[in-house]
Write a new protein. Structure first.
Length: 446
């Protein structure tokens, strides 16, 4: 007997910024399966479109139309098609893409379509009686040969459009690559986070311990070197020197204007840098601090700078990740591959709008010899889907914010659950650790 959808429901709920988002609940004979959609603040121009209602309610950010599209269009159409969930998700996602018909999902809304796609992925896993991460691994043609638990990159200092301080760069992340397990990595990160809080109190007073959208602190600092010095001091105070690496996401599309990068965009004093000057700044940071990953160092259409800097990043062995540049979109990935602009895909399911397309983007990145870095959004929910996604695709690393705030720790807690589940079942798994970048290709070639 096939497993079919018996109901598809949708609701308007809130995300971690208190803004409306779409929650979907699908039902099969196995039970009810729910998903809640995240939303970005530093959104790229090439992302699929999330529908917002406009008007007065919620300052125009309501998602009633997207909810209605699930209830009245997508849901009834899917129930009609009677897809067998044991066969998988691809047919369902392709059907929704065709039903929408637009190139960027602006007709039904990427937020409507993605909610259904994620909830259906959970229903598919249940139909096959396997965990979600196993199901997602099975949907990927090049699924790894063993389970890899990713290295979490914790965004402990928030800047850019995610905080109210004058820090230009958006994210400063710590990555416990020297840990032996994710449980140990999370413990170390939490210890560094608490040490960082004490240092911030000492330097700036208790008033400076407020946090940004992703749970990291947002003290009154402006220079990237100030942020990195605080982090290095915290790593040392927590006793984890040498075992923790750094990732930076400047989210530079946010401060690129008219050919210049304005490092003063959050203050009233402009500080305009050419792309060459900005590249020099990155080079100095990479030389001085243990930086292993740099995301969106240049704006989404500043191809020449990306191309130039990719040569530099390779020499320094720094992973160069495309977020706004690629928008989890295969067409952008092809363009970047042709230009040799980067070597890593930031994977955000809501940038493209279905789980299957996110998996296809992953597949393409792997074929190109790139790495894949799974990511949350700054507007998140307690949905922990991306934890299973990162294990399923075996990509070796993910970012889900600081070890603080419910919607961030939901992902880290789920990863510890998965690690323990695999241990309990005596299934071989390994924490990606120092090989986080190429964990997938290593596991594949074993
Ligand atoms: C990013 C993300 C997530 P946002 O730029 O990588 O950290 O931010 O969701 O606001 O786009
Ligand atoms: Mg980014």
């Amino acid at each position: 007997m096939p497993t079919i959808l018996t109901s598809v429901r949708a609701f308007q709920r809130l995300d971690s910024r208190g803004k409306p988002t779409v929650q979907v609940e699908v039902e099969t004979k196995d039970g009810k399966f729910r998903a809640i959609v995240p939303s970005g603040a530093s959104k790229g121009d090439y992302e699929a479109i999330e529908l917002r209602d406009g008007g007065e309610a919620y300052g125009g950010a309501g998602v009633r139309q997207a909810v209605q599209n699930v209830r009245e269009v997508i849901g009834p159409a899917l129930l009609d098609r009677r897809y067998d969930l044991e066969i998988g998700l691809k047919e369902i996602d392709s059907f929704m893409i065709a039903l929408d018909g637009s190139p960027d999902k602006s007709d039904l809304g990427a937020n409507a379509i993605l909610g259904v796609s994620m909830a259906c992925a959970r229903a598919c896993a249940a139909a096959k009686k396997i965990p979600l991460y196993d199901f997602l691994a099975g949907e990927l043609q090049s699924s790894p040969h063993r389970y890899i638990v990713p290295v979490p990159f914790f965004n402990v200092l928030n800047g850019g459009v995610h905080s109210g301080n004058t820090m230009t760069f958006q994210e400063f992340m710590i990555a416990p690559t020297g840990a032996a397990s994710i449980a140990q990595g999370i413990q170390w990160a939490s210890e560094v986070y608490q040490a960082l809080k004490s240092i911030i109190i000492k330097e700036f007073g208790k008033v400076a311990t407020g946090i940004g959208d992703e749970g990291g602190f947002a003290p009154p600092i402006t220079q990237p070197s100030e942020a990195l010095d605080l982090i290095m001091a915290a790593v040392k105070a927590a006793g984890h020197e040498g075992k923790i690496k750094i990732g930076i996401d400047p989210a530079s599309s946010e401060f690129f204007d008219d050919g210049y990068y304005d490092l003063g965009f959050k203050s009233d004093k402009p500080k305009k840098l050419t792309s060459t000057e900005l590249a020099d700044l990155y080079r100095a940071l990479v030389d001085k601090y243990p930086v292993v990953l740099l995301e969106d160092p240049f704006a989404q259409d500043d191809w020449e700078s990306w191309k130039y800097f990719h040569v530099v990043s390779k020499l320094h062995n720094v992973e160069l990740v495309g977020d706004d540049l690629l928008a989890t979109n295969i067409m952008r990935i092809e363009k970047a591959a042709e230009a040799d602009a980067c070597d890593s895909l930031l994977l955000k399911v809501n940038q493209i709008g279905t789980v299957s397309e996110a998996l296809a983007a992953t597949e393409r990145a792997y074929e190109l010899g790139w790495s894949v870095f799974v990511s949350h959004r700054s507007g998140e929910t307690t949905d922990d889907f991306i934890a299973d996604l990162a294990v399923g695709i075996g990509c070796g690393h993910l970012k889900a914010g600081a070890p603080c705030r419910g919607e961030r720790v939901a992902k880290y807690n789920r990863l510890m659950d998965i690690e323990e589940e695999l241990q309990a079942k005596k299934i071989g798994s390994s924490y990606a650790g120092k090989s986080f970048r190429y964990a997938h290709s290593q596991a594949k070639s074993e």
